[in-house]
Design a protein around this ligand. Structure first.
Ligand code: IMP
Length: 193
């Protein structure tokens, strides 16, 4: 079966842009294209549960094939925090700036800067559930570097590279990133479906 149109259950325009630049065999539409503007509940305590919760919400509402992702930054010296709580790490005042500041403060004394980004994608296709995972290892820099990307990109440098994700182009990041890897698995699967 050829999948022509599939919903990515996200309201994040950066993610939609990243994925659309990696995919050309089918059209990926976002929640805004469907007029879905409400915040979708994300109450799970794992990436997998959250990804499935969001995909199910959209599937139940629209009946369309769809997928959703959930991503976490896992920092070894912080007991793999912020993990599933990456978006709200700085608490009530959470935003990108405050989340990054908190991570840098917590790691100030730490010589272990090892971290990984993990993405889990949940796909609902013809009513069945599938999961795809992507992981990229790296280190947390001592200070921000670069103006591109989003979220924790300015402080994450992948292993084997000299620069942070925020210095890379979207294509360079897609090639090696957690979400890029998970998306490749999703695309391969869809191509065989
Ligand atoms: P989400 O669950 O994918 O929305 O992401 C949770 C948190 O991780 C948010 O604070 C995002 O900013 C951050 N995040 C997700 N993907 C990335 C990425 O590719 N780079 C940097 N931060 C990300």
């Amino acid at each position: 079966m050829k999948v022509n149109k599939i919903v990515f259950a996200t309201g994040n325009p950066n993610k939609l842009k990243e994925i659309n630049s990696a995919v050309n065999s089918f059209e990926i539409i976002g929640l805004k294209d469907l007029g879905i503007t409400e915040e979708i509940p994300e109450t799970g305590d794992t990436l997998m549960k959250n990804a499935l919760q969001k995909a199910k919400y959209v599937y139940n509402k629209t009946g369309l094939d769809c997928f959703s992702d959930d991503t976490g930054l896992e920092i070894e010296a912080l007991n793999y925090r912020p993990g599933v709580y990456s978006a709200m790490y700085a608490g009530p005042d959470c935003n990108t700036e405050n989340n990054i500041r908190k991570v840098l403060q917590e790691l100030e004394e730490s010589t272990n800067r090892k971290a990984q980004f993990k993405t889990v994608i949940a796909l609902i296709l013809n009513g069945k559930e599938y999961f795809f995972e992507g992981v990229v290892s790296g280190v947390i820099l001592k200070e921000r570097s670069g103006k591109g990307g989003f979220g924790y990109d300015p402080i994450f440098k992948p292993v084997g590279y000299e620069e942070s994700f925020a210095v890379m182009t979207i294509d360079q990041k897609n090639e090696i990133s957690h979400r890029g890897l998970a998306v490749k698995k999703l695309i391969n699967f869809l191509a065989r479906s």
